[in-house]
Design a protein around this ligand. Structure first.
Ligand code: GTP
Length: 155
């Protein structure tokens, strides 16, 4: 278990065990790989981040991961693997989020990307991500580097 504070100084607990905080998390986040690039989305308010969002009523977390990636980037997932789960004690309550790694088969053009401006590809994520205004706060705590270490084994 890793513990740290996020960009807003909220306490975060991150674990790579099998669903340590909840069997039915309400949020998902998906680290996406398309060919030799990272696939992100540009959220209208938060900026660049890996796609994700809320699990809908009656939906599994895996189904939410597939749906959110499609909605926010147009991408079709060919392989999805659970990486871990994190718990954030935010001002507005507790958020429990599953993190997945996804391999992308294809990226369809869409008229709408919901609350985002659609897909953005990166060959390398910038080193200065934490101080880069273009990136979302979600990309700026230890969740991303710790999860990327786990993802290395897929590449
Ligand atoms: P909507 O309900 O869709 O409008 O979004 P929201 O931001 O109000 O709600 P959500 O439940 O997604 O997030 C509530 C708060 O939890 C955010 O403002 C953050 O403080 C925190 N939070 C949500 N997701 C993350 C995350 O991935 N990382 C971190 N560190 N905090 C998060």
């Amino acid at each position: 278990m890793k513990t740290f504070y996020d960009y807003y100084h909220n306490p975060v607990r991150l674990s790579f065990e099998d669903h340590p905080f909840s069997e039915t998390p309400k949020h998902v986040w998906v680290i996406c790989r398309y060919k030799d690039q990272w696939l992100l989305t540009k959220h209208k308010d938060r900026g660049l981040e890996f796609p994700g969002g809320k699990v809908e009523e009656g939906e599994s977390a895996e189904d939410a991961a597939v749906r959110e990636v499609k909605e926010e980037t147009g991408a079709v997932i060919s392989y999805l693997s659970y990486i871990g789960q994190y718990h954030v004690e935010g001002k507005g309550g507790t958020v429990i989020k599953n993190v997945y790694f996804a391999m992308i088969d294809s990226i369809d053009d869409q008229d709408h990307y919901f609350e985002t401006h659609g897909p953005v590809l990166f060959r390398h994520l910038p080193r200065n991500l934490k101080s880069n205004d273009r990136f979302s706060f979600m990309m700026k705590d230890e969740v991303l580097p710790e999860c990327l270490k786990k993802v290395e084994k897929f590449n």
